[in-house]
Design a protein around this ligand. Structure first.
Ligand code: SAH
Length: 598
């Protein structure tokens, strides 16, 4: 799991200067509540960040964070650090996320502010080291034994450290030299075994190799050579394997990243290979994949420690990482994200997380603006309306260069939006208008969102309470005759209908035609809802009937919902909550049941 960068929150004007200063010193983002880019709704924003796993530093009273997060607290092992910092910078209080580095972050913040971290976890406080949280580059074989060792140390038991680990310096223990892992032995507790992640594991395999075959092959090679999984820093291979499931399964198995090198980088390692292969060269353009990748990652003063070992499907080799390691490219990731109609509350935590994790945002400018502080500080590539294909190609190619890209659509990204076009481009090869081979290897993740029709239905009451369909009235991509044919079918089927793209500046006739077709089958007083700018400050809900539906009242930011024969409207008097004081719903057929009860 990648550690997200923290967000500093300021809730008042008075807190903003400190928040700015802290954000800059930590390389974090500052999200102010106030101002044009402000997040406004504290609960929605803070809960959203928390659920997306983002470390939170609030310049506010601890009580505000406690009350806001109480309803969403869950798994203490998974929650991100949450810190409260006094507005005058005099106190830093880690509140949550002790298992995910909250104390370390609090110490870091306190250092920036020249104040004190109010650490309350006993072990950390008194030992000065978190035994279950070794620093980056180290792993603990047996985290389940850390608590007992810490308790024993705290009660004054004798301890001994074999091997060298500077970060264990604060402990009061006897030191002895030792090869291999660093072992902390505390009287009365199981010894803790720490290892340095010092080997790059190079792998190659046939296309479609079963993950289990790869994992068991590597496991056997490590065992034969007395190397522990915790000593692996990364799994590396050639770039054409970036989408090979077995390679990623292997990396996940050891909890390390998978990275990839192009053939020419691997080819440069030929002089250091144990047995350069012309057959491999003919196939992929370098004389050895597993050894070449391990050596490339290890850098010029790294060294091969286990020469390639072959199984029927896979090959692996290990190199000790030197002082100048080379970073391969991660597999690119394209998140196709629906952000809902507009309001931050209508965005899923998954969408928020994917946007936060993205290196680059791609989309129509209006939608990126709707993200407010979430998009702040991220490189963004905007495309105009009408440039959908260009936008999807760009997003795929950019991800193909190893980035995490989020392609942003309003509503649901798979409903009259980018999702299908991304799939369509991936379904072609380069000669038939598809994207490059590198772009086709990216991991694509589609994140659903609330579509305009759901938001409109909910705002009005329950307009989609029974069978419904959605029809786009844009004839840019769909032949007009097809749209007309579907209108007739929907009318005959007595569906509630949601019209997307009801009009544009140039296309204005289809909506009137649709109304007339429907009037042939449905009463003139059939309820109609015009829902515009849902979830945005300009939101407007208007109740009409089929007979009073005027094309000029509708624009491209409106979704039009037409009732079915059973759809009803009733007055509630609650003007704020409904469409001009009306609720509109389509019954599911309970009327008969209710009558039977009477
Ligand atoms: N993917 C989007 C639809 C994009 S098509 C979704 O799932 O909602 C564009 C059309 O969607 C617009 O012409 C309008 O009909 C509708 N739409 C999108 N966002 C809207 C909003 N916030 N309020 C009202 N209609 C909206």
């Amino acid at each position: 799991m990648q550690a997200a960068e923290p967000v500093v929150l300021s809730l008042t004007a008075g807190a903003m200067p400190l928040a700015e200063r802290l954000a800059e010193a930590l390389g974090a983002q500052h999200h102010p509540r106030l101002g044009p880019d402000g997040f406004g709704d504290v609960a929605a924003h803070v809960q959203g960040l928390f659920q997306a796993g983002t470390p939170i530093i609030g310049i506010c009273a601890s009580g505000i964070l406690i009350r806001t997060l109480a309803p969403v607290l869950g798994d203490k092992w998974a929650e991100p650090p949450v810190l409260a910092v006094a507005e005058d910078g005099s106190a830093v209080v880690p509140l949550l996320g002790g298992h995910r580095g909250a104390n370390a972050l609090a110490r870091q913040v306190a250092e920036v502010l020249d104040s004190a971290a109010a650490i309350t976890t006993a072990g950390d406080l008194r030992l000065g080291v978190a035994l279950d949280e070794p620093p980056q580059g180290w792993t603990l074989d047996n985290p389940e034994d850390a608590k007992a060792a810490m308790a024993a140390l705290l009660s004054g038991a004798a301890a001994r450290i074999s091997g060298t680990a500077d970060w264990l310096a604060p402990l009061d223990a006897e030191r002895v030299a030792g090869d291999g892992p660093v072992v902390l032995s505390v009287e009365g507790a199981a010894p803790l075994i720490y290892r340095q992640r010092r080997f790059a594991l190079g792998v190659g395999c046939a296309r479609g190799t079963a993950p289990e075959a790869m994992i068991s092959h590597v496991g056997a090679v490590l065992a034969d050579n007395g190397i522990a999984g915790g000593e692996l820093a990364e799994v590396v291979s050639i770039d054409v394997k970036a989408d090979e499931a077995a390679v990623h399964a292997l990396a996940a198995h050891y909890g390390v990243p998978a990275r990839f090198f192009p053939a020419d980088v691997l080819e440069a390692e030929t002089p250091r290979l144990s047995a350069p292969s012309d057959i491999v060269f003919a196939e992929v353009g370098c004389h050895g994949v597993a050894e070449g990748a391990a050596l490339a990652a290890a850098g010029p003063d790294g060294a091969l420690v286990v020469e390639k070992v072959k199984s029927p499907m896979a090959t692996c080799a290990l190199a000790r990482i030197g002082t100048a390691p080379r970073k391969g490219m991660p597999r690119g990731h394209l998140a196709v994200v629906g952000i809902g109609p507009g309001a931050a509350e209508w965005r899923t935590p998954e969408a928020t997380r994917l946007i936060r994790e993205a290196d680059e945002l791609v989309g129509y400018g209006l939608y990126l603006d709707l993200l407010g502080p979430l998009a702040k500080g991220k490189p963004r590539r905007e495309f105009a309306l009408g440039e959908e294909e260009l936008r999807c190609r760009y997003a795929l190619e950019s991800a193909g260069e190893g980035r995490r890209v989020a392609l942003i659509s309003s509503g649901d990204a798979g409903i009259f939006a980018m999702g299908a076009l991304v799939a369509e481009l991936l379904d072609r090869d380069e000669d038939t208008g598809g994207v490059s081979a590198a772009a086709r290897r990216v991991a694509v993740q589609n994140a659903p969102g609330i579509s305009a029709l759901q938001a409109a239905s909910a705002r009005a009451g329950a307009l989609l309470g029974h069978d419904f369909c959605a029809i786009s009235l844009s004839d840019l991509l769909t032949p007009r005759e097809t749209i007309i044919q579907r209108l007739h079918a929907a009318a005959a089927g007595d569906f509630v209908i949601a019209f997307y793209n009801p009009v544009s500046r140039r296309r204005r006739t289809l909506l009137a035609e649709a109304r007339d077709i429907l009037l042939e089958q449905r009463p003139a007083d059939t309820p109609v809802l015009l829902a515009s700018n849902l979830g945005r400050p300009e939101e407007q809900l208007r109740r009409r009937t089929l007979a009073t539906l005027e094309v000029d009242e509708v624009d491209m930011l409106t979704v039009v919902l037409i009732g079915a024969s059973q759809t009803r409207a009733f007055q509630t008097g609650d003007i704020a909550a409904a469409a001009e004081g009306w609720q509109i719903y389509t019954p599911r057929g309970y009327a008969k049941k209710l009558a039977d009860v009477e």
